[in-house]
Design a protein around this ligand. Structure first.
Ligand code: C5P
Length: 288
């Protein structure tokens, strides 16, 4: 049995860390948005047992350390379905360790594909519950779209879609460790936070400028390195008339929102001269 699907990247229009939890994780408050940049997944299940992932990159694990493999194992564990070996082939287009949720999107896609293949008809809620057991960004990526994400990542509230816009994403070459960045955050010492409620209101008002003006990510202030790259990319985006520009997730990718395709294209071309991992894309309203 074979199924194929797309695993779309996400951006964080805002990202706030509200409090540290007793389980070591943090409570978040973030507005996430799915974008039209995706990995392509081919899932084959044959009689046998186990799972293997081929993501076409030597540094990406092929075993249970890969979130796509974890997703398959969690699905079979949850359903009690036995006797299948899963082969997951991933064509990676989303940059890795970039703050774009590529691994989580792959995991969420595997859950959707297995649900379809085995006709379990779980619906989003159950898939999200399985998803949180494999990663904090997985529940959002089950359905995608525009959502307020709270708790560890499992509390999802659907929001009106962000007004259609072009998005330029640029990943600097350094990388950030997500646990290290969380470790550097002291919630009581965060001095600037996003106006998430204002951003949500701007979404209800269909006001792209209002959304863009309120974009903010508390991780930017906790970066141990790379701040010059982040501000250089932001400046290039804003100089080309981006409505706003901010780092996504735990970084280091930075994105800008554009009303006008020509401005977005100019920003993309300018950044591409210095950064190899640049993308010109747009918002989309769900994962599939
Ligand atoms: O859930 P996930 O495996 O994606 O989380 C990776 C790491 O990020 C966790 O080990 C934890 O250090 C941190 N994290 C957190 N609070 C969250 C999400 C992630 O502290 N809500």
């Amino acid at each position: 049995m074979t199924e194929t699907g797309k695993a779309h990247a996400k951006i964080n229009l805002s990202l706030d860390i509200v409090s540290k939890r007793d389980d070591g994780y943090h409570n978040l408050k973030s507005v996430m948005q799915t974008v039209n940049l995706f990995d392509e997944i081919m899932l084959e299940c044959v009689p046998g047992e186990g799972v293997c992932v081929d993501a076409g990159r030597p540094y990406l694990p092929s075993d249970q350390r890969n979130i796509a493999a974890k997703a398959a194992l969690a699905f079979f564990d949850h359903t009690g379905i036995k006797g299948y070996y899963s082969h997951i082939k991933i064509k990676k287009n989303i940059p890795v360790c970039a703050g774009l949720g590529g691994g989580s999107a792959d995991g969420a896609c595997v859950l959707r594909l297995l649900d379809k293949m085995f006709k379990t008809e779980f619906g989003y809620k159950t898939l999200e519950t399985i998803g949180i057991s494999i990663g904090s960004d997985v529940p959002f990526n089950i359905e995608g779209g525009t959502k307020l994400v709270e708790g560890r990542g499992e509390r999802l509230t659907a929001l009106p879609p962000v007004p259609f816009c072009y998005i330029v994403i640029c990943k600097p070459s350094f990388s950030c460790s997500t646990p290290e960045l969380f470790g550097r955050i002291k919630c009581e010492k965060i001095h600037a936070r996003p106006d998430t409620d204002g951003l949500v209101k701007a979404l209800y008002d269909n006001n792209l400028g209002g959304v863009a003006r309120r974009m903010y990510n508390v991780f930017e202030d906790a970066l141990p390195r790379g701040r010059q790259d982040i501000s250089d990319i932001k400046n290039a985006l804003l100089d080309n008339n981006a409505q706003g520009a901010v780092m996504t997730g735990s970084g280091p990718s930075v994105f800008g929102l554009f009303e006008n395709k020509e401005d977005a294209s100019n920003a993309y071309k300018q950044l591409k001269e210095n950064y190899s991992e640049c993308f010109l894309t747009e918002t989309i309203n769900n994962q599939v």
